[in-house]
Design a protein around this ligand. Structure first.
Ligand SMILES: NC(=O)c1ccc[n+]([C@@H]2O[C@H](COP(=O)([O-])OP(=O)(O)OC[C@H]3O[C@@H](n4cnc5c(N)ncnc54)[C@H](OP(=O)(O)O)[C@@H]3O)[C@@H](O)[C@H]2O)c1
Length: 239
């Protein structure tokens, strides 16, 4: 299995939820981490947790849906890290509602964040991985990117797009020893799932936890040789 110690990772949306759990799991493997998000206070709290584990950690505040912000911030992150091995495109939003009732602004924001945000960040990081001829990109999609359901049209459209974009990129850059992995988790207890009303916080033993998700990421990154996970789903045994 690959040793992750000494690697450098950028995790978008690393302040809370799945991104935070992933950052903590990777820190425990000795990975140096840059987390990103819009809320500085939450980012600071998570960086303090990562440093307490004993790794170098930093944060950057920017909105992934705004290309100029992404471009400048990724440049600054790379200047500070000096290198990057792993990019985890995790930041995302989910608003549920019927197709007929959902406002155009809400639909647009979901596409701009989940699809364009993933594209913008990847566009800025990919040249560094190509230059090294090595690296890992992990894109967080969802089961909603595999099947449509009522009241999730915008979220589902955004995650279908993430899967298609990732698969195309994977087929372009695997010859460059860059592994592009897409994860399609089902419901996991986070702010997003609770706010969307998909899961009750008090009921959280019934579904997957962020730590379960983080374990899949660590396992994928540790795969030996040139093997990579593609379109990996994560489900709970508890229906
Ligand atoms: N939880 C689930 O059940 C589940 C299932 C399948 C897939 N997913 C996917 O997993 C990923 C993480 O979800 P989560 O449940 O951990 O959500 P969460 O708890 O709501 O966390 C979302 C993270 O993304 C950041 N973020 C959101 N919009 C952003 C923007 N425009 N620019 C920069 N950062 C932004 C947030 O930070 P700020 O608020 O500070 O910006 C936060 O760190 C998402 O892509 C989601 O679609 C979640």
């Amino acid at each position: 299995m690959k040793d992750l110690k000494g690697k450098k990772a950028i995790i978008t949306g690393g302040s809370r939820g799945l991104g935070r759990a992933t950052a903590i799991a990777l820190a425990k493997e000795g990975v140096e981490i840059a987390i990103t998000g819009r809320n500085e206070e939450t980012l600071q709290q998570t960086v303090a947790e990562l440093e307490a584990i004993g790794v170098k950690a930093m944060y950057s505040v920017f909105d992934i849906s705004k290309y100029e912000e992404v471009k400048n911030s990724i440049k600054e992150i790379l200047n500070t890290l000096g290198d990057v091995d792993i990019l985890i495109n995790n930041a995302g939003i989910a608003t549920l509602g019927s197709f007929n009732d959902m406002e155009v602004d809400v639909w647009t924001q979901m596409i701009e964040t989940n699809v364009l945000g993933t594209y913008f960040v990847t566009k800025e990081v990919l040249p560094f991985l190509l230059k090294k001829n090595e690296g890992d990109i992990i894109n967080v999609a969802s089961t909603a990117g595999l099947n449509g359901n009522a009241n999730v049209s915008a979220y589902s459209a955004s995650k279908f797009a993430v899967i298609g974009m990732s698969e195309s990129l994977m087929k372009e850059v695997r010859k460059n020893n860059i592994r592009v992995c897409t994860l399609t988790p089902s419901t996991i207890v986070t702010d997003m799932a609770v706010e969307a009303g998909i899961v009750d916080e008090e009921d959280n033993d019934q579904v997957l936890k962020p730590e379960d998700f983080a374990a899949l990421i660590v396992a994928g990154l540790k795969l030996p040789g040139r093997a990579m996970l593609v379109n990996a789903s994560l489900w709970s045994t508890n229906p």
